[in-house]
Design a protein around this ligand. Structure first.
Ligand SMILES: [Fe+2]
Ligand SMILES: [Fe+2]
Length: 203
């Protein structure tokens, strides 16, 4: 369990991120990370700039994927990471919190805005920051798997209008599919309400 937090940094952040994934044989997550950076670059080209810290948040957003599925709940317990009842039903959703913890404890990231961008990259939440939106959107736009490619392309189209359009599009899609989801996370529901003006009592 402690292996996840034991890692010698070289000081070269990008190299260290890559090596961390290699150490835990998660090369495919590293590859995904690079693809998320490419989507962040897409946003940068669209808007002329992205938030300071978004790149670091993207590089670190899936660090928690190194934690084996069967170790997730124990890792949370040992590291005082709060687990809600719905997260207990779907532990993989906790990887956003694990990523934040590893980014802080292993990689020394202390900027709360960057840490929030990491910790909410899967679910989002009501009133997210611009940085949080950028990481959330870049992650979704990078999807290439069958069944996800389509929504990724739709988000890429919507963000040409604004980040909020992209957020709305994805959160509405998730809301429509809520009955097929194992967990429709409270933070995602609240993000949906925030972006669409939907009412809580219709959820
Ligand atoms: Fe993720
Ligand atoms: Fe991701």
């Amino acid at each position: 369990m402690n292996a996840y937090l034991a890692f010698q940094l070289t000081g070269d952040f990008e190299k260290d991120i890559k090596q961390y994934f290699i150490n835990f044989e998660r090369q495919e997550t590293y590859q995904h990370t690079i693809e998320v950076l490419e989507e962040l670059d897409y946003l940068k080209k669209l808007y002329g700039s992205v938030e300071e810290g978004s790149e670091i948040a993207c590089l670190a957003h899936d660090l928690g994927r190194v934690v084996k599925h069967e170790d997730i709940l124990e890792f949370c317990m040992m590291n005082q990471i709060e687990v809600t009842d719905e997260e207990r039903l779907l532990p993989s959703i906790l990887h956003q919190k694990l990523s934040g913890h590893i980014a802080e404890r292993v990689f020394g990231i202390s900027n709360p805005s960057i840490l929030d961008g990491i910790k909410y990259h899967t679910t989002s939440r009501a009133n997210p920051t611009e940085l949080e939106k950028e990481v959330f959107l870049a992650d979704k736009m990078s999807w290439k798997e069958a069944g996800y490619r389509e929504i990724a392309q739709e988000i890429k189209c919507a963000v040409k209008v604004s980040k909020d359009s992209g957020m709305r599009l994805y959160l509405e899609d998730m809301h429509q599919k809520r009955d097929q989801l194992k967990v429709y996370h409270r933070d995602s529901r609240e993000a949906y309400v925030y972006f669409t003006g939907g009412h809580h009592d219709h959820l």
